[in-house]
Ligand binder design. Structure first.
Ligand SMILES: NC(=O)C1=CN([C@@H]2O[C@H](COP(=O)(O)OP(=O)(O)OC[C@H]3O[C@@H](n4cnc5c(N)ncnc54)[C@H](OP(=O)(O)O)[C@@H]3O)[C@@H](O)[C@H]2O)C=CC1
Ligand SMILES: O=C(O)[C@@H]1CCC=N1
Length: 356
């Protein structure tokens, strides 16, 4: 059985979340004045953000936001990659994390418990209505096929009216999500829907998040808020809605493709006698260094040429890669993924299979 280490701060947060009112009146009866932590105070001017489906990505995003709030509390240096962005008038300070199973609830406690002292984080198991009612912003992080079931639960649509819904669900665009909600009233949409595509590196605040440009554009304050949320977990870029599927393939799925490359590099090194753990660490750090050069503006082709001395060892390895058709294979993987991530074409023919 896994063990959880509960810090005094964490226990206090949990007790306040579960029995805050009772604890406060008990202490007041004893003549003790209680100061509710800022983030627990419903009137602190902060927003409530509810993560609907707080699994791998929900935890990564929430962890990034809480981490950035902890940076703001403990240090004057910001880790923002987009430091010049407009700061929204109001920021999230209370968080609801919704899941179905006890195991998923436990996972949130285990992975985010140490950050809960920087804001109020409530884990909601098998309860979506109240957290959505409490929310100013709803982050839709469940699997795409679950969205319809969740949004059509009794009361959810009413609870979402007038709010900001941000979806990270691959293959769903804002029109499809809107179609699961009541129609707009008097030309006003039921709620504001934004679509974003982060990736799993959000967990280390190194995501490349692509956000779909909304039509009509989001109000400036809403766009600032969406940008703020995702710049907590890495870089942010806005793109035309029709380019979201290819962005999902490159940025959302990309870490899986790169992981295969790292595994392959390590496999070759292990085959030549390098200890397994050393091989994975060396491959990962080598990749990190290479991305540093690329992000500094170096073109990949020039980088490759710089490393391959004529008559040297690298060029011999490169010839093997070309013989194996690595470029074509990787490019085809991105094309195939793009088709699978495209809303209307999701179940259509594979792009790499020639038409019959
Ligand atoms: N994984 C990735 O790298 C990326 C994923 N995405 C997108 O992010 C989304 C989430 O993916 P991922 O985090 O991997 O998925 P996970 O399966 O890890 O997380 C989904 C979460 O949703 C919860 N959930 C399911 N149904 C309900 C419900 N009715 N009420 C409340 N919670 C519910 C699940 O809880 P429980 O476990 O208890 O059922 C689980 O915690 C997907 O739409 C995907 O397209 C986008 C970019 C990258
Ligand atoms: O493959 C998936 O379903 C998700 C979407 C983007 C990355 N992984």
């Amino acid at each position: 059985m896994s063990q959880r280490i509960l810090t005094p701060d964490y226990i206090l947060q949990e007790a306040l979340a579960a029995h805050g009112t009772a604890l406060t009146s008990y202490l007041q009866d004893k003549g003790v004045t209680t100061a509710v932590p800022k983030s627990q105070n419903e009137n602190d001017g902060g927003l409530t953000l509810t993560v609907l489906g707080c699994g791998t990505m929900g935890i990564a995003i929430l962890g990034g936001i809480l981490g950035s709030l902890s940076d703001a509390t403990t240090s004057s240096t910001s880790k923002d990659t987009i430091s010049e962005q407009a700061t929204p008038d109001r920021l999230p300070s209370r968080f609801n994390a919704c899941v179905r199973s006890a195991a998923s609830a436990q996972r949130i406690h285990a992975e985010l418990g140490h950050l809960a002292k920087f804001a109020s984080v409530k884990v909601c198991q098998d309860d979506t209505l109240e957290p959505v009612q409490q929310a100013d912003i709803v982050l839709l992080c469940c699997k795409p096929h679950m969205v319809s079931e969740i949004l059509t639960q009794p009361g959810i649509a009413q609870a979402l009216a007038g709010k900001l819904v941000i979806s990270i669900c691959v293959g769903l665009d804002s029109k499809q999500i809107a179609s699961m909600l009541p129609p707009s009233v008097e030309d006003k949409p039921h709620c504001t829907i934004a679509c974003a595509m982060p990736n799993t590196a959000a967990a280390v605040r190194e995501s490349m998040t692509i956000i779909s440009k909304s039509v009509p554009p989001l109000p400036a304050s809403t766009e600032a808020l969406v940008t703020w949320i995702f710049s907590r977990i890495g870089r942010v870029s806005y793109i035309a809605p029709n380019l979201m599927p290819v962005s999902a393939a490159l940025c959302g799925s990309g870490p899986a493709f790169v992981a295969v490359v790292v595994e392959s590099l390590a496999a070759g090194a292990i085959a030549m006698g390098l200890p397994r753990e050393d091989a994975y660490t060396m491959a990962a750090q080598m990749m990190r260094g290479t991305t540093g050069l690329l992000l500094r503006g170096e073109h990949p082709a020039l980088l490759r040429d710089k490393v391959s001395t004529p008559g040297g060892c690298t060029v011999r390895g490169l010839v093997v890669l070309e013989e194996g058709g690595v470029r074509g294979t990787v490019a085809r993987a991105v094309r195939e993924t793009t088709v699978a991530a495209t809303p209307v074409q999701k179940h259509k023919a594979h792009v790499n299979v020639p038409a019959a």
